[in-house]
Write a protein that binds this ligand. Structure first.
Ligand code: S3P
Length: 170
């Protein structure tokens, strides 16, 4: 039997990296975050790539990072960066034996959270409130269509979310 990866999807600020890292340690899998993978491969930050080469170039590197990550035989916990679901070829990569978990949050919560950590998120430089609301409307249907499971993250701790996901997988 092929054992798939657990892939966390959702908007910036939904907690994919924090929850994914903790979940991986709880269930004994390696954790890969696609933004970190992009930075590791290129030796550049996500912000530098956006600012120097533009979003399109970033999306291509992101695609390669996701494709290689998904092709890893060892079952992983993967945090797929918020925009990774935009390309059809990326969406196809999430099918098959993998378990896609959508960390769902209302725009208000995301706005409150990303206000504190905007470093690798150049899309939010100008008007984060407006941009997050736009991205929420554009992407909500995409996340919904890809999700095997949906978890509402509001009012939950990282440990609580990990237990909830681990129970889904049991
Ligand atoms: C993006 C999300 C970011 C990062 C980049 C673009 C997006 O990752 O890849 O700033 O388009 O939603 P996180 O979702 O990990 O914040």
């Amino acid at each position: 039997m092929t054992v798939g990866h657990i892939v966390l999807i959702g908007l910036m600020g939904s907690g994919k990296t924090t929850v994914g890292r903790k979940l991986a340690s709880v269930i004994g899998r390696r954790f890969v975050d696609t933004d970190e993978e992009v930075e590791r491969r290129t030796g550049r930050t996500v912000r530098e790539i956006f600012e120097t080469d533009g979003e399109q170039a970033f999306r291509l590197i992101e695609h390669r990072a996701l494709a290689d990550t998904m092709a890893t035989p060892e079952p992983l916990v993967v945090a797929a960066a918020g925009g990774a679901v935009l390309r059809e070829d990326n969406r196809s990569l999430l099918g098959g034996p993998h378990r896609v978990v959508w960390l769902k949050a209302e725009p208000e919560l995301l706005i409150e959270r990303v206000g504190r950590r905007r470093g690798h998120r150049p899309l939010l430089d100008d008007d984060p409130d407006l941009k997050l609301r736009q991205l929420w409307s554009e992407r909500d249907p995409i996340y919904r269509s890809l999700a095997d499971d949906t978890i509402d993250v509001s009012d939950k701790t990282v440990d609580g979310l990990c237990s909830e996901i681990a129970e889904l997988l049991a």
